[in-house]
Design a binder for this molecule. Structure first.
Ligand SMILES: *[C@@H]1O[C@H](CO)[C@@H](O)[C@H](O)[C@H]1NC(C)=O
Ligand SMILES: *[C@@H]1O[C@H](CO)[C@@H](O)[C@H](O)[C@H]1NC(C)=O
Ligand SMILES: *[C@@H]1O[C@H](CO)[C@@H](O)[C@H](O)[C@H]1NC(C)=O
Length: 316
């Protein structure tokens, strides 16, 4: 009885704590948002100051309110378009002509993956905010993929001072305790297109018979699509991803229509021509390759389930 009561009061206390931690800050934010919105302009104030809602009207002038001070918020403001452009042209100039636009980059190219604000060191930020010291230099953090060198890597560069950068500093080891191996970079746009091409142009034709039987496959037809899965491996150093095949049914979500075929693609090599299929999963069984699946199908050893090429087939 006593224990039950304790548990009950514990639960109540937890619920209360949750309320305080989750809802109060949200409520405060909402109210602050309203006030900030209101103090932005005289017109806004006029609209917000409805006689029935007096507590929401700002009672002080904008400059009294620390969180709306433009100079201070500038310290943590995202990079502006001009600053992003300045960083990109600085990097282009420093990293040489090998830099390729990220949308067009092959794994074997150098490209800038991202540029964002590098937050100032806390001590320098506080010295400025609390004690009026000069503001710390505004800096950007750029993540660069160096695929076009004998030992490819991922590098983090701090670029500053903005808006006219004159220096860049390699902070990879400082941030990660060592070099960042290249296989850790996310799949690039062109890389995913190359995987698509590899599957449809090079691999699926090797199992044309069984795929035609189960899934109305025709070479060059577009009734099948691939969907990626995560993660890209099971241990450090892997860059191998399972792709599932689905019917491309217009107007319906393709992930509702798997055909029971999945391919494990090994895509760590920088040259797509060297990528391979490590394993094939077809309707409950594993195969070494699509060629082996086709061989066993032709020998009558594969029990194929025919999947209707129309999503409604599953429901009716
Ligand atoms: C990664 O490559 C860049 C560009 O070549 C180089 O400056 C940097 O030293 C390399 N990082 C490591 C840890 O080798
Ligand atoms: C899916 O099918 C539509 C036509 O229904 C076609 O336009 C589209 O290219 C196909 N998508 C893929 C990835 O093949
Ligand atoms: C699926 O079958 C129904 C009924 O036969 C037909 O009306 C519909 O057009 C088909 N849908 C597709 C995507 O083939």
């Amino acid at each position: 009885m006593h224990a039950a009561l304790q548990i009950k009061s514990l639960k109540t206390a937890r619920a209360l704590a949750m309320f305080i931690f989750i809802f109060l800050p949200l409520w405060t934010l909402l109210v602050m948002g309203r006030e900030e919105g209101g103090v932005g302009s005289e017109e806004g104030v006029g609209k917000q100051c409805h006689p029935s809602l007096p507590p929401r009207c700002p009672s002080r002038s904008p400059s009294d309110q620390p969180w709306t001070h433009p100079d201070q918020s500038q310290l943590f403001a995202d990079l502006s378009q001009e600053e992003l452009t300045a960083v990109m042209s600085f990097l282009t100039q420093k990293l040489g002509p090998d830099l390729v636009d990220a949308r067009q980059a092959q794994p074997s190219d150098n490209c800038v993956f991202s540029v964002e604000l590098q937050l100032p060191p806390k001590a320098a930020a506080l010295a400025h905010l609390d004690r009026g010291s000069p503001p710390p230099a505004r800096e950007a953090l750029a993540i660069v993929f160096f695929g076009g060198q004998p030992q490819p890597n991922v590098t983090e560069l701090v670029v500053g001072p903005l808006p006219q950068p004159s220096y860049m500093r390699d902070v990879t080891v400082e941030h990660h305790g060592g070099p960042l191996p290249y296989h850790r970079c996310p799949v690039l746009l062109l890389e995913s297109l190359d995987i698509d091409q590899m599957i449809f142009d090079r691999e699926l034709p090797q199992a044309a018979g069984v795929l035609h039987h189960c899934c109305s496959y025709k070479q060059g037809g577009r009734n099948l699509v691939i969907l990626t899965t995560a993660p890209c491996g099971v241990q450090s150093g892997d860059r191998a991803t399972w792709f599932g095949l689905y019917y491309n049914i217009s107007g319906a979500r393709i992930y509702l229509h798997p055909v029971g075929l999945e391919l494990l693609i090994h895509h760590k090599a920088l040259d797509p021509a060297q990528w391979t299929i490590q394993k094939v999963f077809f309707q409950g069984h594993y195969y070494k390759s699509l060629a082996q699946l086709e061989e066993q199908f032709e020998a009558g050893q594969v029990n194929v389930v025919v999947i209707p090429d129309n999503g409604t087939g599953w429901l009716t």
